[in-house]
Design a binder for this molecule. Structure first.
Ligand code: LLP
Length: 458
């Protein structure tokens, strides 16, 4: 690793050492005593890991807001609402930050609705409810909370929505989520916009369904929504999907159905592998240009549902190296974080940059960075060139702010990590580390008499 030092005096700033990127809020700093450590904004990850232990998620609230404001500024001349996709990172503190900036929320479950209620009840009327399988109870929750709109993904769901709305005597604003049959290059597990996927209603059927629902007393056609997938790096498929949606909206106008809102979903990707070449402002700009050009002069409010783009690069997972061992020709760096804490590499073969928090001098080695979970899929990186690390060292797994803790589990009976939010000079614990008592709380061990009865059964 080569370091470039900048500045003089007591605080020397290192500029863009390997792995650093202006797109990330994590940079190496060297203290007057000569110690170099990775920081989140002004806070040293070493100090945070010492205070809160590892594995630890650390997020930069400043960066999340910067990203959100990129969208807000670019859309200043257009009626719009940015509904943060709660599933990407559903920490209450992050929802609070975004709600205070005027964000709405895209939710996919009753649980996410309760998170919005807990974080920012005043934002419930800025909630859109997506998802292919809503239950009657979840629909009731949304109706009672007065959410902005339900994104309906089938005729059967629309019938259920109508029935629940009639029962509660509450008007349900809805948008059909159409499937535009547009190809977007991404991982097959997170591509959603083609006819072979379970998502949405084929766009060719949408007109008929809107027409059939228009006179229902408790249904109000509100808009149309589309979401073609996640981690999409090109603006073109967003534009293509939007053009199809706009055609639908115009044809509905001729039927006298005036949809007020077009929801372009989420899905804008980041560059996990070449973060130093990634320009968030230019990326957001070309994405928004593709969408707004397709919308043209359509008098409709634009809703967006970004998740990853707002939070991924704002977060790291800090882990401590437990052991370094060699098996055959491979060297394994074993950390105290595992696939249960961050499953993206195991699940999608996703690539996450890994940096030593306090780099040591010496030759880089090609290693596998793995966790303690009993699966060979429990890895963060394979065949990765990493600066030398020793047991006790800290490593930062980057771009872990989206779909990190949100997809974590207790597999291997491992308590989930803690989370810290950094804002300016402040660092706050926003989720305490789980304890074994948390893990055992929902369980009901057999009583001694049950054990006898059950053990007797052959
Ligand atoms: N709106 C809807 C309806 C969605 O299904 C999603 C993501 C989003 C918005 C936000 O998409 P984003 O802007 O974050 O790409 N676990 C995977 C990603 C799954 C995305 C699911 N839906 C991963 O770790 O890459």
């Amino acid at each position: 690793m080569r370091f470039h030092f900048e500045g003089t005096g007591t605080h020397v700033t290192q500029r863009l050492a390997s792995g650093e990127s202006p797109a990330r809020p994590f940079h190496y700093r060297t203290t007057p005593s000569g110690r170099t450590a990775l920081q989140c904004g002004t806070r040293s990850l070493t100090a945070l890991a010492t205070e809160f232990a590892t594995p630890l998620y650390v997020y930069s609230g400043d960066q999340i807001l910067d990203r959100f404001r990129l969208f807000q500024r670019a859309l200043v001349d257009r009626d719009h609402l940015i509904c943060y996709a709660v599933k990407a990172n559903s920490a209450l503190a992050i929802l609070q930050l975004l709600a205070a900036e005027g964000a709405g929320f895209d939710i996919v479950s009753g649980g996410e609705l309760e998170r919005v209620r807990a974080a920012a009840p005043e934002a419930l009327d800025r909630v859109v409810f997506s998802g292919t399988g809503k239950t009657a109870d979840e629909i009731d929750l949304g109706l009672e909370a007065g959410i902005l709109a339900f994104h309906v993904e089938s005729e059967a769901e629309l019938a259920l929505l109508a029935a629940r709305a009639s029962r509660l005597r509450r008007k349900a604003r809805f948008s059909l989520r159409v499937n535009p049959d547009v190809f977007a290059e991404t991982h097959p597990y997170i591509s959603t916009g083609m006819s072979e996927h379970k998502f949405g209603i084929p766009i060719a059927q949408a007109r008929r369904i809107y027409r059939s629902a228009r006179h229902h007393r408790w249904l109000a056609p509100h808009g149309v929504s589309v979401h073609i997938g996640s981690q999409i790096r090109s603006a073109d498929p967003f534009g293509a999907a939007m053009r199809r949606v706009v055609r639908l909206v115009r044809s509905l106008r001729t039927d006298g159905i005036d949809l007020r809102c077009v929801d372009a979903g989420g899905g804008l990707g980041i560059d996990y592998e070449h973060a130093s070449a990634f320009d968030p402002a230019a990326t957001a700009q070309s994405y928004l240009k593709a969408i707004t050009q397709a919308l043209d002069d359509l008098p409709a409010r634009l809703v967006l549902e970004p998740g990853r783009f707002l939070v991924a690069q704002a977060g790291v997972l800090v882990a401590r190296v437990l052991f370094v061992k060699k098996n055959g020709r491979r060297t394994f760096v074993i950390t105290d974080a595992g696939m249960n804490d961050l499953i993206r590499p195991a699940l999608y073969d996703a690539w996450h940059e890994i940096l030593p928090v306090q780099p040591r001098a010496g030759r880089a080695l090609v290693v596998d960075v793995v966790g303690p979970v009993c699966e060979s899929g429990d890895f963060f990186a394979r065949n990765r060139r990493l600066p030398p690390v020793q047991p006790g060292d800290l490593v930062a797994i980057l771009d872990a702010g989206a779909y990190g803790l949100a997809q974590s589990s207790n597999y291997n009976s491992r308590p989930r990590p803690a989370e810290v939010l950094v804002r300016g000079r402040e660092a706050r614990l926003i989720r305490r580390r789980e304890t074994m008592a948390d893990l055992l709380a929902p369980e009901i061990p057999l009583s001694s008499s049950d054990q006898k009865t059950i053990n007797k059964r052959k």
